[in-house]
Design a binder for this molecule. Structure first.
Ligand SMILES: *Cc1c(COP(=O)(O)O)cnc(C)c1O
Length: 384
């Protein structure tokens, strides 16, 4: 059996090596390292893929979130609601801009923002909601967009883990994750579903004015050379990363399919096992088809409900099966984000999930033999 990787970046590279190498060599030959034609071409191709009017490439996903909030003109003291159960970058940028983060609990089945908790958290100071499409599945955008409309709030989608996912509206129509709210932010960190070979990120919007504002903001607040109209940042996608992304974008749908195929094999093996709860896909029909492409499985995350999660993690390490605990500590318990406004009783689900979740190897190169070994090892330990 091939050695199991959490994310098999090398295996994927080997399958597209020639094209990647020639794309990178082409950049070296032209020396257009920054804002070159490759970046512009990638922007256009991603706009087309997503069906969104504007893509603004930037340096990483954290910057994308920060610049999205700057572009919307959020002001210190404005309350921004997001989840307690996500990567810290989401709340970090809210705090960094001196906005007031308001953390809320998540849904136990989807790991995404709990709509009732979100509604309870809205106050007259609330200006924005940041749903995180965690592990590759969209939050309930029907409910979020309705609440945003009712209370006149911005919606900033943290799409770092869900690029390529199709959100299915309650009327059956579909829209790409990240293009639904006022603005979406994504990351091209190497291990993300569309990863480059360094750092990268992008902001999406259908709003022409906002796109214009943001395009200047990523470039030192310049709308005309050496005229600085607003305080901006320096956040660029470099040409080499754009070349890598251009080579990989046409493969993204097949990468999402490969992840879903691995997820289905995992779920088939785990289903019906006591003490193991498999991740749910909203609208899942069990096959790769039009109705279940709403989850792109950035992570395949189980819940281990008999208290053996930590022991399982140690056991898997012994068996040379990599795994991850995303995330082990609720954000409201992190030193940087703790606040007297929060009570433990506000976060029953997150407090439970941090003790139960474990994410298994998930990438485009997993084979049946590896999946069998992983599932047998997990089941044997949890229920052995
Ligand atoms: C990866 C990630 C980010 C940050 O992306 P970077 O490119 O690493 O800055 C933000 N939010 C979520 C949910 C992520 O998974």
């Amino acid at each position: 059996m091939r050695k199991i990787q959490m994310v098999d970046l090398n295996g994927q590279y080997q399958s597209i090596k020639e094209q990647i190498n020639s794309s990178i060599a082409n950049i070296l030959d032209t020396s257009a390292y920054i804002n070159g034609p490759e970046v512009h071409a990638f922007q256009k191709e991603l706009e087309e893929y997503l069906g969104v009017k504007h893509v603004i490439p930037c340096a990483n996903g954290t910057d994308a979130l920060q610049i999205a909030m700057m572009g919307l003109g959020l002001q210190p003291g404005d309350e921004v609601i997001t989840v307690d159960f996500t990567f810290a970058a989401t709340v970090e940028v809210i705090a960094l801009l001196q906005l007031t983060p308001v953390l809320v609990d998540v849904d136990v089945e989807t790991f995404n923002i709990d709509i009732a908790a979100l509604e309870r958290a809205i106050t007259p100071k609330t200006r924005a909601i940041v749903p995180v499409h965690l592990f590759g599945q969209c939050a309930n955008m029907d409910a979020i967009m309705a609440l945003a409309k009712k209370h006149d709030l911005f919606v900033i989608e943290d799409n770092a883990q869900a690029i390529g996912a199709n959100y299915k509206w309650s009327d059956g129509s579909k829209q790409k994750a990240g293009t639904i709210g006022d603005v979406g932010a994504t990351s091209f960190f190497p291990s993300k579903n569309l990863g480059c070979y360094g750092d990268g990120g992008a902001i999406f919007t259908n709003d022409d004015d906002l796109a214009h504002t943001i395009r200047g903001m990523v470039n030192h607040g310049m709308y005309e050379r050496y005229h600085h109209d607003v305080v901006g940042v320096n956040s660029r996608l470099d040409s080499i990363q754009a070349a890598v992304l251009r080579a990989k974008l046409p493969l993204l749908d097949s990468y999402c399919d490969a992840r879903r195929k691995a997820a289905r094999a995992y779920t088939k093996a785990f289903e019906g096992q006591e003490n193991i709860i498999v991740p749910v896909t909203v609208n899942n029909c069990g096959e790769i088809c039009d109705t279940c492409d709403s989850h792109v499985f950035h992570q395949y995350t189980l819940r281990i409900t008999n208290g053996k999660r930590d022991a399982l993690v140690a056991h898997l390490a012994e068996k040379q099966i990599p795994c991850g605990v995303y995330y082990p500590i609720p954000l409201h318990s992190q030193k940087a984000y703790a606040d007297e406004r929060y009570r433990e009783s506000d976060f029953p689900v997150t407090n439970q999930l941090v003790k139960e979740v474990v994410s298994l190897p998930m990438h485009t190169e997993l084979d049946a033999e590896q999946i069998d070994f992983i599932t047998e090892t997990v089941i044997g330990f949890v229920n052995g």
